[in-house]
Design a protein around this ligand. Structure first.
Ligand code: GAL
Length: 806
């Protein structure tokens, strides 16, 4: 986990004499240039004409969208394609390819010769070449890896210049990877005698309601030192302490007993902190704070997956790392909002598909309560895309795995590692050896968590032994092979490491309402009746049945929680499709209908009663217009303008009738659609209505938060919708809206969730999609009030006030 250090500064200059350790976050003062720049690494290089940016930064998200960018004429063999076709928008059609340079000049004060300095990158997209004061200090390859360099003998007291060159090849990704320094960069300054980078490992080999054993291993540099470790509970009370001078090979090992611990779980994400103080005599040499949780995990044929001794199934989603309209530049407020939406869904687990998660996301998973499947690679040695990770596997796989585990292993949220996703190495004996080598590498770094690989070539992995050697056999789709895999594999349980890949567009409904694979429409949208999927995938219910009926299935990770940039299946070859249709939630963060289908079974705290479609079908009068309800109730009665359409009860006749209530023969007439949920005695227990809206009349603004931090980074997400003169939402409105932000903040971006929109996210104007869009407002560093005003032709302008405080 990210250690919280004694001092955390985001200034570009810092004095570190008095403190044992300090961290300089290199956020501000960066200069950026897209393109090659000869001698840009040199100290005196004139970068005054370059763009001033803050890091994290994604250079490509500002567009423009262009179908020629990274156009891939390929057959996607893992999708069963045999003939190459022209894929536009596969990687988002945003300008991430090519070279970019970043430079930062900063002051370091009181950096004495006996100090140590570490330069840490939490992700750099990609192939970074790093220069300090004109000299190359190192390089890396994988854009998702965390890495650091010891710059103790290169950092100068006074002015320093850091220059980073990044380059992204064409044909290097299957989705939008982003570009640039999209995750934090920092410098850690500490004493020569100090705790090593990622040197603290905390495990809880005993974790029961009565007692826990907290084992802390601390790697350090120096001699004759003493380590004092103090544990604090979530309220900051000191609960235990241990001091030791005994070390072996520069590692201390302490075992601390905690009575009646609060066990960490998604339902009770209780966190402790450990403060590690390193002394030479009485002198404090280093101090590191680590957040941790006390919990146990266990996987077995008898009990499946157990957290704290209780069997449970993962109610998980796969997420890509982009944050929609702000791209890949990591932002904690955006991540928190995403995870709040997932909490309300009842989701309890996240898979970082298909790469290392950000530290921020893991911190939030610990705090908010999500179990985490931390993945590493989408490719090993055999390519999926020509310039993918296959180019780096031999040189970097070991280092990338080590850094992943060392940097993140203290997060209680992480309950499993993934060594890869659908790697073509599933075929052939070399791949089996690679799987084993990687798994052992994970085990060496972390003996406490199992390793999985998401497998799509299930038959091949049954034959080769690939599936049998994994700690956790993960199946991607292939619901028809679950039984056979369970029989053939020795583990005694199966994980749905990737499921569903059902596609839909928010608020779009197509007729006739039929189940279909790879269905395409002239408007490049998919139907929100949730009956459309891919040739390799399935509908949600096919997974629900396995999850509910097979005790040996230990859960699922649905593809995907949110839409993401790139991979616009089934419209891979249809310009201007440029983002995915897989999400339960759209790219703007607005739930689609499908969200409520999952919510109706995952969220066991709150009731779900959701009806679809909308009821604005001018021209469909007299025609069959099916109505579905996604609900936690078993039965309901539907009314159209007060006329009963009958009672539907969930039943086993088809996968869909088991989980959805469906009235397939409803004849459309404008007015009110009302669903009344019933108990087993047919007594009404809840109801929900949808009304036909008139013309767009007014705007409605709803912010996810109205009190922001005045830190220049915090974001409010304001959902904008259009209503008619009676306040009824207009579900088909497409008005062009304009945004104006004044006061202590600025307009950051807008997004409407339309996968075919080429409007730029950072321009203060956008068209509504299915009556809605979201505006992102960012705080400044000044305390005060922010006003967002939204206007549109023929509509009454509306505004909302947000407060910011320090
Ligand atoms: C899977 C793959 C994902 C995504 C998904 C789309 O096979 O692992 O990355 O491509 O298909 O359905």
């Amino acid at each position: 986990m990210k250690n919280i250090f004694v001092l955390l500064l985001s200034f570009t200059s810092v004095i570190c004499a008095a403190q044992s350790r300090s961290v300089i976050e290199l956020e501000k003062g960066w200069k950026f240039h897209k393109g090659d720049a000869a001698t840009a690494e040199a100290i005196g290089f004139d970068d005054s004409g370059w763009q001033t940016v803050t890091v994290p930064h994604d250079w490509a998200i500002y567009g423009p969208f262009d179908k020629e960018i990274d156009k891939q004429t390929v057959a996607i063999t893992q999708n069963g394609e045999k003939i190459p076709t022209e894929k536009t928008g596969r990687t988002g059609a945003l300008p991430f390819t090519g070279t970019g340079w970043y430079r930062n000049t900063f002051d370091i004060k009181d950096f004495a010769a006996d100090k140590k300095a570490i330069l840490l990158f939490e992700g750099a997209m990609s192939e970074p070449q790093v220069y300090l004061n004109g000299a190359k200090i190192g390089e890396w390859a994988y854009g998702y890896a965390y890495f650091y360099f010891d710059i103790s003998d290169k950092l100068l007291e006074g002015q320093n210049t850091l220059a980073v060159q990044l380059s992204n090849e064409e044909f290097s990704s299957r989705w939008y990877p982003g570009a640039g320094l999209y995750r934090p960069v920092s410098i850690v300054i500490k004493n020569a005698e100090s705790i090593d980078q990622w040197g603290t490992t905390i495990t809880t080999p005993v974790a029961t309601a009565e007692v826990a054993q907290v084992t802390i291993k601390t790697k350090f540099t120096g001699e004759n030192l003493r380590l004092m470790t103090t544990l604090y509970d979530a309220e900051g009370n000191k609960i235990a302490q241990n001091a030791t001078t005994q070390s072996i090979l520069n590692q201390f090992e302490q075992h601390i007993k905690v009575e009646k611990p609060h066990l960490w779980s998604p339902e009770n994400p209780y966190l402790y902190t450990a403060v590690s103080r390193l002394y030479a005599g009485d002198e404090l040499k280093d101090e590191v704070t680590t957040t941790f949780g006390i919990r146990s995990i266990h996987y077995s044929a008898e009990n499946g997956f157990q957290l704290n001794g209780k069997t449970r199934k993962f109610k998980g989603v796969c997420l890509h790392h982009d944050l929609g309209p702000i791209g890949t530049a990591v932002n904690k407020a955006a991540l928190r909002r995403q995870m709040q939406i997932l909490k309300d869904l009842g989701c309890d687990a996240i898979r970082s598909a298909h790469n290392m998660p950000s530290f921020e996301q893991l911190e939030l998973a610990d705090e908010m309560g999500f179990m985490f499947l931390a993945e590493s690679f989408d490719e090993w040695k055999k390519p999926k895309v020509e310039n993918g990770y296959n180019r780096f596997f031999d040189d970097y796989a070991k280092r990338d795995v080590e850094n992943l585990v060392r940097a993140t292993r203290n997060h209680p949220a992480i309950v499993m590692w993934s060594a890869g996703n659908e790697v073509p190495d599933q075929y052939g004996s070399a791949g089996v050896k690679r799987a084993r080598w990687l798994q052992e590498l994970f085990h060496k770094e972390d003996p406490t968590r199992p390793v999985t690989v998401g497998m799509d070539q299930v038959k091949a992995t049954m034959e080769s032994g690939f599936g049998a050697i994994l700690d956790v056999p993960g199946l991607n789709y292939r619901v028809h092979l679950y039984e056979e895999a369970y029989e053939k594999f020795p583990q005694g349980f199966i994980l749905g490491s990737e499921t569903a890949s059902t596609v839909s567009s928010r608020g779009i409904y197509k007729f006739p309402v039929v189940k279909a694979s790879m269905k395409e429409y002239p408007d490049f949208q998919s139907s929100s009746y949730d009956l459309e999927y891919c040739s390799w995938s399935n509908l949600p219910e096919d997974d629900f049945i396995l999850q509910d009926d097979k005790p040996w299935v230990i859960g699922e990770f649905v593809w995907t929680g949110f839409d993401y940039l790139g991979e616009p299946t089934p419209y891979d070859t249809s310009w201007p499709s440029r983002s995915s249709y897989f999400g339960m939630v759209d790219l703007a963060g607005i739930p689609k209908d499908r969200y409520y289908l999952y919510r109706s079974r995952w969220n066991t705290q709150d009731e779900t009663l959701h009806i679809l479609p909308h009821w604005n079908w001018e021209g469909r009068e007299g025609q069959k217009t099916p109505v579905f309800a996604y609900t936690s109730y078993d039965r309901a009665e539907l009314f159209v303008n007060g006329k009963s359409q009958g009672i539907q009860i969930k039943n086993d006749s088809t996968p869909q009738t088991r989980y959805r209530l469906m009235w397939n023969d409803v004849i459309y007439e404008p007015g009110t659609l009302k669903v009344v949920a019933l108990d087993e005695n047919n007594k009404p227990v809840a109801e929900e209505e949808v009304k036909t809206a008139g013309k767009p009349h007014a705007l409605k603004l709803e912010a996810d938060r109205t009190n922001l931090k005045a830190d220049g980074k915090d974001l409010a997400f304001v959902t904008v919708s259009v209503v008619d003169k009676n306040g009824i939402p207009c579900p088909t409105a497409t008005n062009q809206l304009n945004f104006n932000v004044t006061g202590a903040g600025s307009f950051r971006a807008a997004c409407n969730g339309d996968a075919t929109s080429l409007e730029l996210f950072h321009k203060p104007t956008m068209q509504l999609f299915s009556g809605k869009l979201v505006v992102l407002v960012q705080s400044s560093e000044k305390q005060g009030t922010i006003k967002l005003q939204v206007s549109g032709r023929g509509l009454k302008a509306e505004s909302i006030k947000l407060n910011t405080s320090l």
